[in-house]
Write a protein that binds this ligand. Structure first.
Ligand code: 1GP
Length: 249
């Protein structure tokens, strides 16, 4: 079994930087060359990890090529962010081994995990045990994952799921508003989760500006996931601005 190399790296980054930035590269959206360049640029801009995947990224061959391409260009860890068993590919460093805890379909809670686990072992991917919680409605993650979205106004529900995740031994919680969400997760919800969950909290979906990022960082998020903002030649300056706001640099 792979050692906790990535998890230890993230902990040490957290001690240095306070709040981390993860950049999501959706292999369905980005060409291999574009994603290679993007990965290099975001590493220089201070991102601590690259996530590859997404709920609608189902082309395993393409995803594998994107991972291989990025790996040549960056030193920060490449962490798979699978939307299905097709999201398990070789050559990455780790995988958000996630249960979509508020799905209405058991496939996304335990079955896909059972189907994907042998490949995780075979490929030597470090599994990061993650409670994936979909917040709000109307996004691809919500639709594809058959999620009963936690209402934005109900932080206590997100906290209850996170407490359950803690009791189940999960060390990561991902509060997901969905890629391109019009409404990001609220700082109130992050605060409620932080008060019961002492593991690593990722927050993503619809984070596009420094103020939003700062609010989530101050509320206790450990990592912010940024995707859409940087897709299709998006602005690295904006990421640098966000890094400045959350890491005080
Ligand atoms: C989606 O949380 C990530 O899974 C990133 O969301 O694309 O809105 O930045 P955005």
């Amino acid at each position: 079994m792979a050692k906790s190399i990535v998890e230890s790296f993230l902990k040490s980054e957290l001690e240095k930087k306070g709040t981390l930035l993860f950049v999501l590269i959706d292999s369905e959206v980005s060409e291999i060359e574009t994603s290679q360049n993007l990965a290099k640029q975001v590493e220089q801009a201070g991102a601590s990890a690259i996530l590859v995947g997404g709920s609608s990224a189902t082309n395993q061959i393409e995803m594998s090529q994107v991972v291989q391409g990025i790996k040549k260009n960056v030193k920060i860890p490449i962490i798979l962010f699978p939307g299905n068993v097709t999201g398990v590919v070789p050559d990455a460093d780790a995988i958000l081994f996630s249960s979509l805890m508020n799905s209405e379909n058991p496939y996304f809670i335990t079955q896909a995990q059972a189907l994907g686990a042998p490949s995780v072992l075979k490929f030597g991917l470090e599994p990061l045990p993650t409670a994936y919680l979909v917040i709000g409605e109307g996004t691809s993650a919500w639709f594809v994952g058959s999620a009963r979205g936690i209402p934005h106004e109900k932080p206590k529900i997100a906290a209850a799921y996170s407490l359950a995740a803690r009791f189940l031994g999960m060390r990561f919680v991902y509060l997901e508003a969905g890629s391109g969400a019009t409404r990001p997760v609220t700082p109130d919800m992050v605060r409620a989760v932080r008060s019961v969950f002492d593991g690593f909290i990722l927050v993503g979906g619809g984070i596009r500006d420094a103020d939003t990022a700062k609010g989530l960082a101050d509320a206790g998020a450990d990592a912010l996931v940024i995707g859409t903002l940087l897709e299709k030649g998006g602005s690295i300056e904006k990421l640098v601005e966000i890094a400045g706001a959350v890491q005080g640099i």
